[in-house]
Design a protein around this ligand. Structure first.
Ligand code: 5AD
Ligand code: FES
Length: 353
């Protein structure tokens, strides 16, 4: 099959064989990419119209007990500035976001054991009380199954945990030996079983990544069927051993967004900050290639620059309202509109299937 035939197959069957995905990723031309893009945009519009969901991102801690080789807040980075938001800081971010129209708050942080189940459960309850109707998304890394259940019972709705790569050998090249690929994948299945709207995802162009790895990532998403999928280019961080590597490619990231959209028509797919970092119009291009979510930053401005997973991250000098207005303008410029709804996952009904 040639590229156009594979794209057709993706559009009509929402699936492809691994060798077809590898072939497409390795051989797609600019013309092919435009065909793929148009198909992905059409599928996104069939499902979401020109509406873009927003999630208010609150970066609650830059402490992390893990040591992922690519990440700027890995524990062995002695240059990283560490901070932890207080309960009051976090609530103030939510209040501000709620007043701006946000109905989803994403609490994201390194794996920081100071955020105990007890305090997170109380915090989740308090956010829900102060911001009626909002959804709470957690992105706090791997926690015990017991902890994840408690947080869900306390009212957390969604959980983001990128699988990072679906290749075990590749995973082991990017993470220290004490981190387990099997536990990460197992945690993702557990999150779904508990009842979370679950987000997986991976970096594009990460060190040692092969096209086969990317095909495995696509097939893993198809198999896990997460409600969300976060992908963005790998971007080197100056305090890691990967400092001199190139960032993941713009076109490759956009191609993958489009393929994910065709394989998973109803998935919630963000145009990520990392994509906006490698290209001035990255997030707009992400939307035009099938994404339907953006995640403006609601973190307090004085800590923004310290949550540095990678270099040159955008929006580190902006206020919450500025980020929102900036994104509203950017979306409008390409014919899309940011909406304030919770933006829950909505599965295709049988007719649409
Ligand atoms: N470049 C791009 N993305 C990164 N992440 C961590 N470090 C980097 C980097 N150097 C991503 C990981 C993680 C998410 C929170 O940020 O995929 O899951
Ligand atoms: Fe933050 Fe544009 S989204 S400044």
């Amino acid at each position: 099959m040639n590229c156009n035939e594979i794209i057709n197959k993706l559009r009509t069957t929402r699936n492809a064989e691994k060798d077809e995905l590898v072939y497409l990723l390795d051989n797609i031309t600019d013309d092919g990419r435009e065909v793929l893009r148009r198909n992905a945009q059409e599928v996104a519009q069939e499902h979401f119209g020109n509406k873009i969901f927003i999630r208010g991102l609150i970066e609650i801690s830059s402490f992390c007990k893990n040591d992922c080789l690519y990440c700027g807040i890995r524990r062995s980075n002695k240059n990283a500035v560490r901070y932890r938001l207080s309960r009051e800081d976090i609530l103030a971010c939510c209040d501000k976001g709620y007043a701006l129209g946000f109905c989803t708050f994403v609490l994201q942080g390194g794996e920081d054991s100071r955020f105990t189940d007890e305090m997170l459960c109380e915090l989740i309850g308090e956010i829900k009380r102060r911001c009626p109707g909002c959804a709470i998304t957690l992105s706090l890394g791997e926690r015990s199954f017991d902890s994840l259940q408690k947080l869900y019972d306390a009212g957390a709705d969604r959980y983001l945990l990128r699988h990072e790569t679906a290749g075990k050998t590749h995973y082991e090249k990017l993470h220290p030996s004490e981190m387990s690929f099997d536990n990460r994948i197992g945690t993702l299945y557990k999150l779904k079983e508990i009842g979370y709207q679950t987000g997986a995802g991976f970096m594009v162009g990460s060190p040692y990544q092969t096209t086969e790895n990317l095909a495995d990532d696509l097939l893993f998403i198809k198999k896990l069927q997460p409600q969300m999928c976060g992908i963005g280019p790998f971007v080197p961080h100056k305090d890691t051993d990967f400092r001199d590597l190139e960032h993941g490619g713009l076109n490759l990231t956009l191609t993958l967004l489009s393929i994910i959209r065709l394989m998973n028509p109803d998935i919630l797919l963000p145009a990520t900050t990392a994509l906006g970092t490698i290209d001035f119009r990255g997030r707009e291009l992400g939307i035009l290639h099938g994404a339907n979510v953006v995640m403006p930053n609601l973190s307090p401005s004085d800590h923004r620059k310290d949550y540095a997973l990678y270099d040159n991250k955008i929006c580190t000098g902006e206020e919450a309202a500025e980020c929102l207005n900036c994104l509203k303008g950017r979306m409008r410029s390409i014919g899309y509109e940011i909406v304030n709804s919770r933006g829950d996952y909505r599965q295709l009904n049988n007719k649409e299937k």
